[in-house]
Unconditional design. Structure first.
Lengths: 81, 148
């Protein structure tokens, strides 16, 4: 699946998008996999209260299932307007 | 309903004129424009607005559709810019048209409250001394959603 990062999450991880092969069942499991990869991921995902997730461009919860999902995006709380 | 996500400036006057002319049967048109202000922390050179192409349009369309249904609007318009802006630039505008003014005002506030916290935009302030800072979401903005 494609994993996208925006704003400071993108800056901290150092890339806007990557393709990830994963067997994670939920968003939370995917986050644990990413955190185990490298320090920059661990830093970006250190405080989940400062993060939001979207699955196929719809806001979702961290315990949401990943089955059938093609695009996961992580970003800070939005600041539009 | 019209939702536009764009880098280039918009012409507020002609957008409002066209919207008001096209809003058939409306007795009230309310508009709001957001303008880039100076940073709280000092002299700002640039405000950079990042967004999530695809999700942004979907989120704005959903918010606008909900406003139209809930307040029985005759029309709604949302324009939001992204990219590099400077203080004084217009960032975004909303317009609502309804038979009566209370609905038009309320719907415009609803649109603003939701697109602040539920549309995937992120603002970064770049100060004149080169310092950069992502604008943090305010808990007051999240609280504002509860009244709806």
């Amino acid at each position: 699946m494609d994993v996208l990062y925006f704003a400071w999450v993108r800056e901290r991880i150092g890339l806007p998008k990557e393709t990830v092969e994963t067997s994670a069942v939920t968003v939370a499991e995917l986050i644990e996999e990413l955190k185990a990869r490298e320090e920059r991921y661990a830093a970006a995902f250190a405080d989940l209260s400062a993060l939001r997730v979207a699955l196929d461009q719809e806001l979702a919860e961290f315990d949401a299932p990943l089955e059938g999902v093609r695009e996961v995006a992580f970003f800070p709380p939005m600041t539009g307007g | 309903m019209r939702v536009l996500v764009q880098q280039e400036p918009f012409d507020f006057g002609s957008e409002v004129e066209a919207f008001a002319t096209g809003a058939g049967g409306a007795g009230a048109v309310v508009t709001f424009t957001g303008v880039v202000r100076e940073a709280d922390s000092g002299a700002m050179a640039v405000m950079e607005i990042e967004h999530y192409p695809g999700m942004t349009e979907k989120a704005l369309e959903k918010i606008a559709s909900e406003a139209i249904t809930r307040w029985d609007l005759t029309d709604a318009l949302v324009i939001h810019r992204h990219g590099r802006l400077v203080p004084g630039d217009q960032i975004m505008m909303v317009a609502t048209a309804a038979r009566h003014r209370v609905a038009a005002f309320e719907a415009a506030e609803y649109l603003m409250d939701y697109l602040k916290s539920r549309a995937p935009f992120w603002k970064k302030e770049i100060l004149q001394n080169g310092a950069e800072d992502w604008v943090a979401a305010k808990s007051a903005d999240e609280d504002a959603l509860r009244r709806w």
